[in-house]
Design a protein around this ligand. Sequence first.
Ligand SMILES: [Zn+2]
Length: 599
Amino acid sequence: MIPLVKKYKTTNEYFSVFKGFTAANAGSFISEKVNDYCIGSAKIPKQKTDENYYYFVISRSENPDWQWCVPQEDEGYFLILSDDLIFGCSKSQRGLFYAFKTFEKLSRDGSLPVCEITDFPDNSFRAFHMDMRYGFPSLGRMLEIIEILSDMKFNTFIIEYENRFPYQKHSDICDADCFTPEDIEKIIEYTKERFIKIIPLQQTIGHMEYLLKHDKYYPLREVREFPKTACSCTFSTSGFKHFNDIDEICASSSEAYEISKKILSEMIKLHPESEYIHIGCDEAWNLLSCEDCKREYENDKNRLYTSHISKMAKIVTDSKKIPVIWDDMLQKFSEKELKRLKELNPTLVIMCWLYYASQYQKAVTYVKKYKDVGFEVLGASAAKCSEGPEPQYLDMPWYSQRMNGIDMWARVCGELSLDGFCHTCWSNYSGTIAPPHPFFDTTWYTTAYAAQSAWNASSSQNGFDTLFIEDFFGVKGKSGGFDNRNEQAFYLFDEIVNTCKAHLYEAEAMRVMSLLSAYRQKSLFVHRELYRLRMNITAQEKNIIKNRLSEVKSLRDRLMPMVFNIIAKHYTKKDCEIFINSRFEADTELENAYEKDLI
Ligand SMILES: [Zn+2]
């Protein structure tokens, strides 16, 4: 069971799921679910209905009775599973929903353990973040993703729509495949039923590629002249600090401000029930590139940043909502500067993102620094992130790093009394140009571990692979698959595909993507040998290269339709094209260039 329950008392006996007399007092959603087990309405004594607790009951008797045993934690629940009574109760509707989720999961095989469960989360903020720079799931798939998140008892979903949001006033920035307002209403309704709060994310200074890439908006960028630098190149894989000139808007431009205000206001308007609005504000590395900004802010980068985000945060607070920002631009702020930011934005929430366990000390330092001036702080781990440009992790997340990063945030949340952390899932490392990171469905393992660690602060990675494979796929007694050993992972997921009782699509995706990772390593290795074809080598030497190349081609021919089918099932035609081209086009072109040398 993920997340593991806190207290579990069992007699080690089992019984079959039964239909009985039912009742529930927690709204129509749970009532409808309980109805699936109904042969008639249970008669509940009046004193039980007068109590301020939520409950559901499935009973063999028409007159069920029980003793309340309700945990005092807000999202906590108590669950009895026995041959004559299935009963869940909680102080809150959300807690009762979790009780029902636990019952549903335990009854997946048709038989249930006789047990009593008392359960509650250690962190009240358990968020998953998803950006849509690359990969636009169909509405149906979005709802499936939300269902999985609710199975894992996440209670917050941060959606970074990018240009998949149906902007009305600047509809020219919308992708041809974008949500309609009705789609978003459906997503909101679906998450609400599952007690997940949406925090929409609208970038307001950096990562505005989807706006600035258009000719019409290009003049609004901060980097209007490519900066002169002393050195013509750097060691950074993505180049100079300025990833590209379409990343950031100019903070001094009134026109850029007006557009940011309009698109942010539209996002707020379409999420009337969202208490929090994330305004991004991360990785604005190019601040003070333009003369207007230098003049207006007297070369004071932190003053510029404070001024700009305060204007953006005000749009949020004017709508009676709470603004959230990423913290990386604040890491070098002095105490005085942070105090000024707090004075201007008393409700601002800071989300500190650090994705590696080696950054534990940094996390502690930054969180303390923000908390000391009174900010509410939340953490952020990663399901996949900028390891994407590294060839060995192109098609699989770097699982050990991601898991250790989750452990770090579980520890920091406990030590510094944070409400919790968000598990971020990045689709590529920078905007419109970069190729996709590993495919979305390779991340459920770390996402499940984030759910487990957010619910239970003292979680362990030991045995989590076996637990996950059993919980997620319904396959018992298997281990491995999440240590970036591609061949072993491929054979394991091939077996899981053939035996799983749940999440077949995700198992198929893992099978294909582990094979694709093996292909990547193989192609890199073999392509490094091609230069020899143009040197004076013997026919025997040439044969070795020919044979190796033929293996690469054969694997690619097998893989391409497999990858295509996985992506095409739930994503757009353009997503298929981008992914396939990003993984195979350069390889094919390179091999074509050497084809005549093979003869
Ligand atoms: Zn500027």
